[in-house]
Structures are given as C-alpha cells and as structure tokens.
Design a protein around this ligand. Structure first.
Ligand SMILES: C[S@@+](CC[C@H](N)C(=O)[O-])C[C@H]1O[C@@H](n2cnc3c(N)ncnc32)[C@H](O)[C@@H]1O
Length: 204
C-alpha cells in the first residue's frame, strides 16, 4: 500500500484531476483568494496556475512525498513565493492566527481525522480569515447516498483513504458558524463521485 500511495496513486491523481472541468472549478474558487495563504492537501500542485497576484505568500502542505515530488517542479517554475512542508492537516506545524486564507480542494474526503483537521484550519486562520473549499461528498438523494456508503470501503482502498459519504457541509459547520455554500452535481462525473460542496467559511 505504501508503494501504491507514493508511486502509483499520485500519477493516477494527476491523470484524473488535471482536466478542464475541474480546472474551471479551481479557477472560480481561487480567484478571490489573497494575502498569506495556506493550502492543505496540495497534491501534485494542480491549483497553482489559478492563484492570483493578490497572493503574497503561499504555504502548502501534504503528507505524501509521492505527491510533492510531482509538485516540486511546478513550485520551482511558479512566480509565487511558495513554502512546501510535508505535514498533515491534522497537526499543522504553524502558529495560530497566521493566515488570511486556507484553501482545500478535494482533500477533506481523504483526511482520517477530519474534525481535527478542520479545527487546525480554524486555529491557523487570522480573525476575519476565510477557509475556501471545494469537496465531493454525501448526496442528499437516498438512492445515491446508499450506494456511496456501500462503496466507500472499496473507494478508501483504491483512492488512498477517500470517503464518498462525508456530509461536508455539516462537518464544516461544526467548526465555522459563518459558511457560504453551493451544493451541486458536477458536470461529467458519476453522481457517486460528483456531489460537490463549494464555498467559504469565515473565522470570527
Ligand atoms: C484527491 S487528492 C487532491 C489533491 C489536490 N488538492 C488537488 O485538488 O488536485 C487528496 C490529497 O489529500 C492529501 N492528504 C491525505 N491525507 C491528508 C492529511 N491528513 N493532511 C493533508 N493532506 C492530506 C493526499 O496526499 C492528496 O494529495
């Protein structure tokens, strides 16, 4: 599993998540992100082209060195001031209240202790700072959610810990009391994988 996670899964991720549709979601989420920014679950760095000049410094974390090996050339050729750390969002090695924004794209599905990670995101945000996210998760349609729950044990094995059945809105709302959110099925994805939660949450 270790070899699969480090060598094969990052390449699969690069293949499946670098398409135009996901790119348009990345762009619309990231266009208003600015200031000192932290991205958790940086993966292979597919969000990098969508950050604007308003980002003054970008810190990125991911625990999987197979991901960061692919991301490193992207970091080196970017004009942004980027710091990469091998770390888990469950225990962020950063001071409290140090970021204007935290970004997370299709990552909360894979974090084992998601409540802990969301508390960490809240901790490192400055007061008034925003958490920007786009995630897939539990559908409100019973015919879909039943199958999402059934298939999640298999999905966790083949997609490196990914859950299909997490109620992302509720999870974010347990930590943040101001959340702006859209929920929709993504174009061109099966419903089991494609129920998206996109939005931002503000720390007071
Ligand atoms: C589906 S990939 C998404 C990658 C990237 N955010 C993107 O949009 O292309 C999920 C990422 O979450 C990372 N991840 C898994 N557990 C994590 C954790 N505890 N903390 C931070 N990132 C984690 C994985 O290594 C992987 O890079």
């Amino acid at each position: 599993m270790e070899l699969y996670s480090r060598l094969i899964f990052p390449r699969l991720l690069e293949l499946t998540m670098s398409g135009r549709e996901l790119g348009s979601y990345r762009q619309s989420l990231l266009q208003s992100v600015k200031g000192q920014v932290l991205e958790i679950g940086f993966g292979t760095g597919l969000n990098l082209p969508y950050y604007s000049d308003g980002v003054t410094a970008l810190t990125v974390v991911d625990p999987n060195q197979g991901m960061t090996a692919i991301a490193t050339p992207r970091i080196q050729s970017s004009n942004l001031d980027i710091t990469l750390q091998i770390a888990s969002a469950e225990a962020l090695p950063m001071a409290s209240e140090s970021f204007d924004a935290v970004v997370c794209t299709w990552t909360l599905c894979s974090i084992l202790h998601i409540d802990q990670a969301l508390s960490e995101v809240h901790r490192v945000l400055k007061p008034g700072g925003k958490f920007f996210f786009i995630e897939h998760g539990l559908s409100p349609e019973p015919g879909v959610s039943t199958w999402q729950r059934r298939i999640t044990p298999l999905q966790r094995r083949v997609a490196d810990g990914c859950h299909l059945d997490r109620p992302m809105a509720n999870l974010v709302k347990t930590v943040f009391d101001q959340v702006e959110l859209e929920e929709f099925y993504a174009i061109d994805l099966p419903k089991l994988l494609g129920y998206f939660y996109k939005g931002s949450a503000t720390k007071h």
